[in-house]
Design a protein around this ligand. Structure first.
Ligand code: GDP
Length: 139
């Protein structure tokens, strides 16, 4: 059975460009409830740890650099079928392929600076949520 929570981040370029409110509005209007939320600036090492699954990919270094260049917004979301529905709401990794109206179609600048992260499985949603939030920070 599909889980009801997913994990997301608003990436540094979108935070720097003042798109936090616009992005959260689309997410709340999409039927997601915010369970936990914080703003923080990852170090390169922390970004490397978070994206460890991608360490063999050619863009890993660029990804870690981009994710640590400024503050992010990290949050946990709740909705039935959260992981799949959230990936639908944000759209394809490459904004050129993202469906109109999706978060990335509106706010992404490129395939790398694509505005938001969204977990790709229930298992990763749980691991990624635990990377940022304790049980006491979830409501
Ligand atoms: P996602 O699940 O849609 O976020 O996509 P992936 O898991 O494939 O990639 C993780 C993140 O790496 C993406 O959200 C992008 O920020 C970044 N990324 C993906 N492909 C590329 C690429 O070709 N070049 C660079 N620099 N970054 C990429």
């Amino acid at each position: 059975m599909a889980g009801n929570r997913t994990f997301s981040m608003i990436k540094p370029h979108a935070v720097a460009d003042n798109h936090v409110g616009g992005i959260l509005k689309l997410i709340e209007e999409g039927g997601f409830r915010i369970v936990a939320l914080k703003k923080l600036h990852l170090t390169g090492a922390q970004a490397g740890k978070f994206y460890e699954v991608h360490s063999e990919r050619p863009f890993y270094g660029e990804l870690c650099e981009m994710m640590s260049e400024g503050p992010i917004i990290a949050f946990i979301l709740e909705k039935e079928n959260a992981v799949a529905d959230f990936r639908k709401l944000i759209g394809a990794t490459d904004p050129a392929e993202a469906e109109a109206g999706t978060v990335r179609s509106i706010y992404a600048k490129s395939k790398a600076e694509n505005a938001v992260h969204g977990s790709d499985s229930d298992e990763n949603a749980a691991l990624e949520s635990a990377f940022f939030f304790s049980a006491l920070e979830r409501f």
